[in-house]
Design a protein around this ligand. Structure first.
Ligand code: SF4
Length: 147
């Protein structure tokens, strides 16, 4: 496409994602997924809680590949830190910098919540790319964040 633009003396943004991604999706991949996975009755998402029909599980035919079956996991629950507002971040109710510990107690080097752990997490991405100037509070006042 770049060569075509060069050849035609054009210089513009073009999106040819549609050459690979169709509105109906990848039918082969969807068929394979339907064969191996089925919808769970419910699933507990970190920061969001228990949501009905919101996740997949491996079908019984493929139980030999199912770690949940193979290792009899005890269903441990790990509560989020009480200062963490990942749930609100994930729901779009708050922006990462609105969390009281964003960039102070919670950083990519010392994450408190899941949103700061991986580089794709909303808080980690805002921390790295958000061009935020963070001023640590001089007293017990809330953290001041300038965008
Ligand atoms: S900044 Fe840290 S503690 Fe606050 S919501 Fe994000 S991950 Fe959770």
């Amino acid at each position: 496409m770049l060569l075509q633009q060069l050849h035609e003396g054009r210089c513009e943004v073009e999106n040819q994602y549609t050459r690979l991604v169709q509105p109906e999706g990848n039918l082969n991949a969807l068929s394979a997924m339907r064969q191996v996975f089925e919808v769970r009755d419910r699933f507990e998402w970190r920061g969001l809680g228990d949501i009905a029909v919101s996740g997949l599980k491996i079908r019984a035919d493929y139980a030999a590949f199912d770690a949940e079956q193979k290792f009899a996991l005890p269903g441990q629950q790990v509560a989020d830190h009480r200062a963490c507002q990942c749930g609100e971040i994930l729901k779009g109710v708050l922006k990462p910098w609105q969390c009281k510990v964003f960039g102070t107690a919670c950083t990519p080097e010392h994450p408190i919540g899941a949103c700061m752990v991986s580089s794709e997490g909303a808080c980690a991405a805002y921390y790295k790319y958000g061009r935020l100037s963070i001023t640590k509070p001089a007293t017990t006042a809330p953290t001041e964040v300038t965008v």
